[in-house]
Design a protein around this ligand. Structure first.
Ligand code: DLL
Length: 435
């Protein structure tokens, strides 16, 4: 057994977890009904009263909330507490519409920190670690969340925020950072930069906690090799608190959801019907302990699978798979569903790094997809490297994976703009979602 932060909770029996969830859900539904007029109206419209919810079995009776509801109710419409009880806001980047703003009481911040602390402990963190946080600080939840978790664990916390790669590496070497927290794409970039500077021997990292965007198993292996660490996934979203809703343990086969705070369901995104465990669908969360912004049945749009298979780490909380895409950013090209992660798998299996961009266009009602892929420095330096043969192999690998033809353009190393936060993988020129 590892060094647990809250073994009594994280390794509790399934029955015990269900008992906590039942009690908390009943209370929370009444609390939301009494304090959030927006949701009360939704419940009334569906003919549901708080008394109808007696246990988790009744959860399906409650109405869903979606990102559209959050935009509708912006900024205060889903709050359950007066502003004077709140101590913090965080927000999404708002690139696809109005920002989502989430509110926190001190109690909410404490719970969130606790969830992130569990993630750090699960990655082997202790009070003796130096936790290097280069998720963005500010409105984005990444920096503040991991920062709070690291404090709870008692580790020395380096609040680096994103950017300034030279300074990141300098602090990493001077202060002996042992746990790196950032997006996987930035971790891959840092790995490259460390090797370029030839300072890999001065790096003391042992683990990384990477999330906030989709990344594949292949990318994990790549980062683990480049940085000489074990790379752990962490998941979360602003609406539900931020990072730490779920996190990976040493088994690295999915992320344990903090079930004492969040109830997870998987639904069919088309019909809203709850699917049995093991089936792939949209992840829905109900917050059962939050005070200021307690969303019930929030549709995440993330597509994944839940599993209650026994975990070798001893934790009993249900595990979610890596999101396999989002029901709303899934690309439909020539009528075929395409997830960027499928493309990434092909690239990495053929020896490329995860430096690529997908460009989707439409001419005369016909879709086309182009994948721009960076050559690795080794490929670019190799005089015998056969570019055209490699390109053709990629086209064929993508055809096998996606079932459609994708154009491939090989570009020079470092020519695709690096991201310090979430990578921009897709440029969809079709503007299908306007108006
Ligand atoms: O990305 C919170 C976070 C910060 C998570 C740091 C992990 C680490 P948002 O900006 O609200 O919050 O974006 C939430 O990002 O619905 C997923 O689609 C995606 N996402 C988050 N974590 C993962 C992950 C933060 N580990 C949205 N794998 C979510 C794949 C992820 N996608």
């Amino acid at each position: 057994m590892g060094n647990y932060y809250q073994e009594d909770i994280e390794c509790a029996s399934q029955e015990q977890i269900r008992t906590w969830q039942n009690e908390r859900l009943v209370k929370q539904v009444k609390y939301v009904y009494d304090n959030v007029p927006y949701y009360r109206t939704r419940m009334k419209n569906k003919g549901v009263e708080p008394e109808d919810i007696k246990s988790v079995e009744d959860l399906h009776k409650l109405p869903f909330l979606t990102k559209d509801d959050l935009r509708d109710a912006y900024p205060y419409g889903l709050m359950a507490r007066p502003l004077s009880d709140c101590v913090r806001i965080q927000s999404t980047s708002g690139t696809t519409g109005r920002r989502v703003v989430a509110f926190y009481t001190q109690h909410d911040i404490d719970l969130w920190d606790e969830c992130c602390a569990r993630a750090i402990m699960a990655a082997g963190g202790t009070k003796d670690d130096v936790v290097h946080v280069c998720y963005g600080y500010g409105l984005f939840t990444g920096g503040p969340g991991l920062n709070g978790g690291s404090h709870k664990v008692g580790s020395l916390t380096l609040p680096m925020s994103s950017g300034n790669t030279d300074r990141q590496i300098q602090f990493m070497t001077d202060l002996g950072s042992t746990i790196l927290c950032c997006t996987p794409s930035y971790a891959a970039y840092l790995g490259e930069a460390i090797h370029e500077r030839g300072v890999q021997d001065k790096i003391k990292l042992k683990a990384g906690i990477f999330g906030a965007e989709a990344w594949t198993e292949e990318m994990r292996r790549d980062i683990e090799k480049t940085l000489g660490i074990k790379a752990y996934d962490i998941y979360g979203l602003t609406e539900i608190s931020g990072p730490g809703v779920s996190f990976e343990c040493s088994e690295q086969t999915g992320m344990h959801i903090n079930e004492d705070h969040f109830i997870a369901e998987i639904i069919d995104p088309a019909t809203g019907e709850v699917l049995p465990e093991g089936e792939k669908g949209e992840l829905v969360f109900t917050c059962i302990t939050k005070e200021a912004f307690p969303l019930l049945r929030y549709r995440t749009r993330d597509i994944c699978v839940l599993s209650r298979k026994k975990c070798s780490c001893g934790r009993t909380h249900v595990k979610m798979s890596k999101p396999m895409g989002r029901s709303d950013d899934m690309l439909i090209v020539k009528g075929v569903n395409v997830f960027p992660s499928q493309i990434e798998t092909v690239l990495i299996n053929q020896g490329f790094a995860a430096n690529y961009q997908i460009i989707v266009s439409r001419e005369k009602n016909s879709d086309s997809i182009e994948v721009q892929v960076e050559l690795t420095p080794a490929m670019a330096a190799d005089a015998t490297f056969d570019k055209e043969l490699t390109r053709k192999k990629l086209v064929s690998g993508l055809k096998d994976m996606l079932g459609i033809l994708a154009e491939v353009t090989l570009v020079e190393p470092k020519s695709i703009t690096r991201s310090e936060g979430k990578a921009v993988r897709v440029i969809d020129k079709r503007n299908l979602y306007q108006g």
